[in-house]
Write a protein of this length. Structure first.
Length: 505
């Protein structure tokens, strides 16, 4: 009778570990092969910078006197060259490359934190799923996620080895982030704060608190100072570095822009996030051999609070909270029953391989089915946000006009109009339409006042002298109905979702 023994899943063959670790690459099928709506202002921004240099006044909307900061200028240039050279494949290809990098880095970070293959792979896969399904799109944020993961990996390597060389990359990351996505530049330092806390020696007997420093506080401080100084190397100087303070916390943004609203149980993504947190809480309660670390406790708690402030911030909880949770479970082990007979080992290896491939294939098919299910017209609107074919028809009519065009286009359609060479009233660069950023006027506030009927539509029209209006019928109901019932305006195009009106005479 063959003797059986149990081995840790962490002792399994390299090929087995590789398959498990790379399994989340299948989630790439969840990334939508299309352009995000923001891409339509990102591309012309990159094009302008390549051909004309860095702008300080707006060149896309009708507000040419509006001061601007191209806070994503380097990302815009990269997307511009990718799309110009390879079209849709080039733009989405960047997202794929960033996602693959995210999968590898997240797995590596979790393993560095835990030295436990099973825990690292499981936790990393959960984060990979969320990033693929909710955050991987043709926006600069895909670069930001990779940068933040590299930072955490460098910090953990420094904690583990005490070698300062691992910190050398952080100023480089600062340089990249300030130019690729300056509104998120401060997050580089926010992620360092828990490490500063962990680097402080604590010994408070009365409170039973004792902490051995995890690393050198001085080394971290010098790195932070150098990284902050490097932040000045950008086209807009201190304005780019402090951009976050003039771009968030405004009611016009936090109450109206979906990604800036808190996660809600009323939508699928919000429900999935709350379930994910509940599972984490349940595991934390039942798992007895929990580890504790100041830096991981603060990373987890801080990013959870951040995630509850906006759906956009869930990504940063996944990046920092996932390795923190994995650390708590780093002592957990999973055993496989094996035999000592070589032939039996070979048989079991084959069975494991076949079973694993079968599970992966089923999962892959399931993902494709879930992302490629038949859609109704309403589903398509929710998926793509706008019917671009209708916008194209409206744009053709406008461009065929012989008169000078003063165009109204709102928050959601403005960027597509700009992508096609027009200069509308508004586009999706929300923070640029705040007076604190543009130094001119709160156009974003005015837009929502119009949308909600808080200002009279003729007063608004007279102020700017509009003669053409591209209106989303279901999103800008007040304005659409007002023009429909006003005999001074004619409908040149009336689609299911887009209406084009013209001022008579």
């Amino acid at each position: 009778m063959e003797e059986k023994r149990k081995i840790s899943i962490n002792e399994t063959p390299v090929w087995f570990k590789a398959i498990i670790a790379l399994f989340p690459l299948l989630f790439i099928a969840m990334i939508k092969f299309r352009l995000d709506n923001d891409f339509y202002f990102i591309y012309p921004t990159g094009e302008y910078i390549v051909n004309n240099g860095f702008p300080v006044k707006d060149f896309l909307s009708m507000h040419s006197d509006m001061s601007i900061i191209c806070q994503q200028w380097l990302s815009a240039v990269i997307y511009y060259f990718a799309y110009k050279s390879f079209g849709l494949i080039g733009a989405v290809g960047i997202v794929y490359i960033c996602y693959i990098s995210f999968v590898i880095l997240m797995n590596r970070l979790c393993f560095t934190v835990t030295n436990n293959f099973f825990v690292a792979s499981l936790c990393a896969a959960a984060a990979d799923f969320f990033i693929a399904s909710g955050f991987s799109t043709t926006r600069p944020q895909v670069f930001t996620y990779v940068i933040m993961l590299v930072e955490l990996l460098a910090l953990e390597k420094f904690v583990k080895t005490k070698k300062i060389k691992h910190l050398f990359i952080i100023p480089v990351l600062s340089l990249l982030l300030i130019n690729m996505h300056c509104s998120m530049w401060m997050m580089l330092f926010v992620f360092m704060l828990p490490y500063f806390a962990g680097a402080i020696k604590l010994d408070i007997p009365k409170l039973k608190i004792k902490q051995v420093p995890c690393c050198s506080f001085v080394a971290l401080f010098v790195t932070a100072v150098i990284s902050a100084a490097v932040g000045f190397i950008n086209p807009y100087g201190i304005k780019a570095m402090t951009y976050i303070f003039t771009s968030f916390g405004y009611d016009e943004i936090s109450n109206n822009i979906h990604e800036m609203t808190p996660p809600s149980y009323s939508n699928d993504f919000g429900r999935t996030f709350f379930i994910y947190l509940a599972v984490m809480a349940f595991i934390s309660l039942i798992y007895k051999n929990k580890k504790f670390s100041t830096r991981f406790a603060l990373l987890f708690a801080g990013t959870v609070v951040l995630a509850f402030t906006s759906q956009k911030s869930i990504a940063y909880f996944l990046i920092a909270g996932t390795p923190a949770f994995a650390y708590m479970l780093s002592d957990f082990d999973f055993k496989l029953t094996m035999t000592d007979t070589v032939s039996q080992k070979d048989k079991r290896t084959r069975k494991i391989l076949v079973s694993l491939i079968a599970v992966m294939l089923v999962a892959c098919v399931g993902v494709f089915i879930a992302t490629d299910k038949p859609e109704t017209e309403e589903d398509k609107v929710k998926k793509y946000e706008y019917i671009y074919s209708e916008l194209d028809e409206a744009i053709d009519i406008i461009k065929a006009s012989d008169e000078e065009v003063t165009l109204y286009g709102g928050f959601n359609v403005g960027q597509y109009l700009e992508f096609n060479g027009l200069h509308p009233y508004m586009d999706g660069r929300a923070e640029l339409y705040l007076k604190d950023n543009n130094g001119s006027f709160d156009y974003l506030k005015e837009y929502y006042e119009l949308k909600n009927g808080d200002i009279y539509y003729t007063d608004f029209i007279d102020k700017y002298g509009f003669n053409y209006f591209v209106i989303q019928k279901k999103n800008e109901t007040y304005f659409a109905q007002a023009l429909e019932h006003d005999n001074n305006y004619e409908k040149l195009y009336d689609g299911k979702y887009i209406m084009l009106c013209h001022l008579k005479g």
